[in-house]
Design a protein around this ligand. Sequence first.
Ligand code: CDP
Ligand code: MG
Length: 163
Amino acid sequence: MIEKTLVLLKPDAVQRGLMGRIISRFEDAGFKVIGAKMVWMDKEFGKKHYFDVAERRGEQVLKVLLEFMTRGPVMAMCVEGINAVENVRKMVGSTEPKSAQPGTIRGDFAHVSYGYADNNGIGIKNLIHASGNVEEAKQEVGLWFKDEELHSYKTVHEIHIRE
Ligand code: CDP
Ligand code: MG
């Protein structure tokens, strides 16, 4: 039930100065950041991370997505908690900011639509990536972090939850 998930604060979140506010949301909910680093990835690595996007969404989406994701550094984090994969996705909100509910990160910090992005040949700047399911989380955490980059420590939330 305690899971690890991969979170990326995308170049738009970094450049808009939203890292702290987004990380605070996870800390406020009691999640534990057990690994973090800033990475300016290249398109080769981007293709490994988004290996199924061309198949699911088409080559054009992968192309604009890789342009967007390599425009600046991302903050990569491994986040741990109870049902972390599902819980973090809930806080992130749906892929299209226009459809993302208020209260979610994508709903609160962006509003762009698929229609606007696709018509203009640009990626959807939706601030954050989070692993979509438990299997994807295992694969993505392994891609982004070595074992020794993940840390084991206790937070006050764990005391609160267990007693
Ligand atoms: O990120 P999420 O798992 O919600 O969605 P995805 O289907 O795995 O797509 C990966 C990313 O592709 C999205 O987060 C968007 O940034 C991007 N995308 C895009 O730029 N244009 C689209 N029409 C669809 C997705
Ligand atoms: Mg995805």
